[in-house]
Ligand binder design. Structure first.
Ligand SMILES: NC(=O)c1ccc[n+]([C@@H]2O[C@H](COP(=O)([O-])OP(=O)(O)OC[C@H]3O[C@@H](n4cnc5c(N)ncnc54)[C@H](OP(=O)(O)O)[C@@H]3O)[C@@H](O)[C@H]2O)c1
Length: 267
């Protein structure tokens, strides 16, 4: 697939994994529309992309303002032309006992991680169908495959994103639109896990942010797909979880995942 000349919206492009995804796409000649709230972070991504001779526009938006997204997409289409790729990458997590979370905290996670990708896609999909091409890539998480204690709403949002992508991929199979989902595990060097300043369980390990960006390129080349980005093979364990949740809970505990999450609760 020739990506040169295509235009991609990348959400969450102000820090963490988003800039890696945006820069890697730009290296392939993709014009970037970088989205997030923090203008300084977006400007940094833009200048790094421009330094390498590629194009980047920035849009500062709070994605939890769901009612604003329809107009936003209309304006982007008018200002920057047709969008070929939508990378729903923006996301937040909040380590806490579920019963300590406020209604707003829950709503924030669900809006950022799930409602915003749904709404952006709802607004973009008809236009992509009209232009007979488009690829939507959702950045979920391994936390959407196996629930993470003390990060349960994040897990719920990522499982929702994953299952919605799964359903959409089947629904649009015979259309010119591709739907992919990427599930990273623990990511080193940048992003929400790295910022948490804790060590990943040795047995699970970490992957670089560039691996997530490479997975986006892989998905674009492959067409609709689901990709896991993890240091070691994890699918057998996930399959085991489908057979016995008890055993999967035990292994997750032995790996030290709930203990690690408990360390990340903010007081
Ligand atoms: N890092 C990991 O280990 C890891 C593992 C699995 C999955 N993931 C997933 O990968 C994606 C990227 O995560 P990351 O590690 O890069 O996180 P991050 O470093 O915390 O960055 C999150 C990005 O999302 C944007 N964002 C958050 N709330 C927003 C809002 N209300 N409106 C607009 N933008 C918003 C942030 O920009 P502003 O704050 O400027 O708005 C930022 O650019 C997420 O979906 C995450 O769940 C990450």
């Amino acid at each position: 697939m020739n990506l040169a000349g295509k235009t991609a919206i990348v959400t969450g492009a102000s820090r963490g994994l988003g800039p890696y995804i945006a820069k890697t796409l730009a290296e392939k000649g993709v014009k970037i529309v970088a989205m997030a709230r923090d203008i300084e972070g977006l400007e940094k991504t833009k200048s790094e992309i421009q330094l390498s001779g590629q194009k980047c526009n920035i849009v500062s938006i709070d994605l939890t303002k769901i009612n604003k997204l329809e107009n936003l997409i209309k304006n982007i289409w008018d200002d920057f032309g047709p969008i070929d790729l939508l990378i729903n990458n923006a996301g937040i997590e909040n380590y806490q006992h579920f019963d300590h979370l406020s209604k707003d905290a829950i709503s924030n996670i669900i809006s950022t991680n799930l409602r915003a990708p749904l709404e952006l896609t709802r607004c973009i999909l008809p236009k992509m169908i009209n232009q007979k091409s488009g690829h939507i890539i959702n950045i979920s998480s391994l936390a959407g495959k196996k629930g993470v204690a003390y990060n349960s709403v994040y897990s719920a949002s990522k499982a929702g994103l994953l299952m919605w992508s799964d359903a959409l991929r089947q629904e649009y199979k015979n259309s010119p639109i591709d739907i992919s989902v990427i599930c990273p595990g623990f990511i080193s060097e940048a992003g929400m896990f790295f910022d948490g300043n804790v060590d990943a369980p040795k047995i699970l390990g970490t992957s670089s942010p560039q691996k997530v960006a490479n997975a986006v390129i892989k998905a674009l080349k492959k067409g609709s797909c689901e990709i896991i980005v993890n240091a070691g093979p994890i699918r057998p364990l996930l399959a085991l979880g489908q057979i016995s949740w008890k055993l999967a809970d035990k292994i997750t505990r032995l790996f030290g995942v709930p203990a690690l999450s408990r360390k990340r609760i903010s007081v």
